[in-house]
Structure formats: structure tokens, C-alpha cells
Design a protein around this ligand. Structure first.
Ligand code: ADP
Length: 191
């Protein structure tokens, strides 16, 4: 099973990914976490990433796609199934993901779309900002990230509705009740 967990910043992708990994034994690929590791390590990619992330902008597609291709090729555990968290974020990334999987004899099973109201997103991100130490969890950058999400990432919803993979999940309520909705949607699909 290869899944994309999809939703706005603050929609709970990371939280629900942890639970999905536990239940389905998937390998977690969070592009945000990978980039923050690169920043911490002071690598070339980290230096580039830092500039984009602290401004709330997306990195160029090619950098992200190359990073993922390398990871898939050097991590045998990804063959057990992957949960993609924070990727794809643009239509070219979604097309690249199809090709990356196809070239390796794999396929995307489903896209779990966490749908959360905007005031709730801002509230969650501001709360996280008090403890995360993330350079992008402040009001100005949160607003920018939400703008970027609306303009560049939401078109993916239509893309995945059109190919029948999108599972809409109401992402408000308790972590456990949201997780239950997700497992119900996944257990009910042929994936
Ligand atoms: P969130 O979903 O809360 O915004 P992430 O950790 O997924 O947090 O992403 C943080 C930042 O990392 C993004 O705002 C962006 O700058 C960068 N990033 C992560 N994934 C991608 C991607 N697929 N394409 C481009 N930039 C990305």
C-alpha cells in the first residue's frame, strides 16, 4: 500500500501518519522532516531549503523530486509501502510521483485528504509554534503558507478526485476519531 496524506499546513498529516505507520507498517516519508534534517546538518540542500521554508515558500519541484528519487532507491524499507507526507504539493510533483512509482513497478493506492477549517488551522499552527521552534510557525509565515497551499496545492484535490484516488476525511475532532475515519476509508477501498 502506498498512500499520500494530503492537507493544508496544520491539518494533522504528521499526527495521523504516525498512527498509520503503526497500523499498516508503512515507511514514512515526510519531505518537511527531511528538509529540516538537511538544515540541521548544514548541507548544501539544507542551506537552499532554509531560505524557502522560513519564507513559507515551496522549494523548486526538481530539488524535491530528486531528493525523493534518491531516497526510494537507497531505502529498501520503502518496498513495504510508503506514506508520503508533504509530497506532492504541486501538479508537476504529483505527475512525478506517478512516474517514480511506475518506474519501480509500484502504484499509488489512495490519497487521504484531511479537510480542516482555516481558523482551526491557524489556531493549531500558532499553538505548535509555541513548542516546535520551527522558523515557519509564526503568524506571518503561516498566512503565507496557507496562500501557497491554496494557489499551488489545492488543485491536486481535483487531480486525485479525477483519478478516483481521493478519500475526503473530515479532519476536525479528536485524533482517534479522525484516525478511525481514515482506516474506514482505507479498509473500504481496494488498496
Ligand atoms: P506543513 O505541512 O505544516 O507546512 P511541512 O513540514 O510539510 O509542513 O513543510 C514545511 C516546508 O517545507 C514547506 O512550507 C516548504 O517550504 C517545504 N516543503 C516541504 N515539502 C515540500 C514539497 N513537496 N515541495 C516543496 N517544498 C516543500
Amino acid at each position: 500500500m502506498n498512500i499520500v496524506i494530503f492537507g493544508a499546513p496544520g491539518s494533522g498529516k504528521g499526527t495521523q501518519s504516525e498512527k498509520l505507520i503503526e497500523k499498516y507498517g508503512l515507511y514514512h516519508i515526510s519531505t518537511g522532516d527531511l528538509l529540516r534534517k538537511e538544515i540541521k546538518a548544514g548541507s548544501e540542500l539544507g542551506k537552499i531549503a532554509d531560505g524557502y521554508i522560513s519564507k513559507g515558500q515551496l522549494l523548486p519541484d526538481s530539488l524535491i523530486i530528486d531528493m525523493l528519487a534518491k531516497l526510494l532507491d537507497t531505502t529498501p524499507e520503502t518496498r513495504q509501502g510508503v506514506i508520503f507526507d508533504g509530497f506532492p504539493r504541486t501538479i508537476p510533483q504529483a505527475e512525478a510521483l506517478e512516474a517514480l512509482l511506475r518506474d519501480r513497478g509500484l502504484e499509488l493506492s489512495a490519497v487521504v485528504g484531511l479537510e480542516v477549517d482555516e481558523p482551526e488551522l491557524i489556531d493549531r499552527l500558532l499553538k505548535r509554534g509555541q513548542v516546535s521552534g520551527r522558523s515557519d510557525d509564526n503568524l506571518e509565515t503561516i498566512k503565507k503558507r496557507l496562500d501557497v497551499y491554496h494557489s499551488q496545492t489545492t488543485p491536486l484535490k481535483e487531480f486525485y478526485i479525477a483519478n478516483g484516488k481521493y478519500k475526503a476525511i473530515h479532519g476536525m475532532g479528536s485524533v482517534d476519531s479522525i484516525f478511525e475515519s481514515i482506516t474506514r476509508a482505507l479498509d473500504g477501498c481496494a488498496c
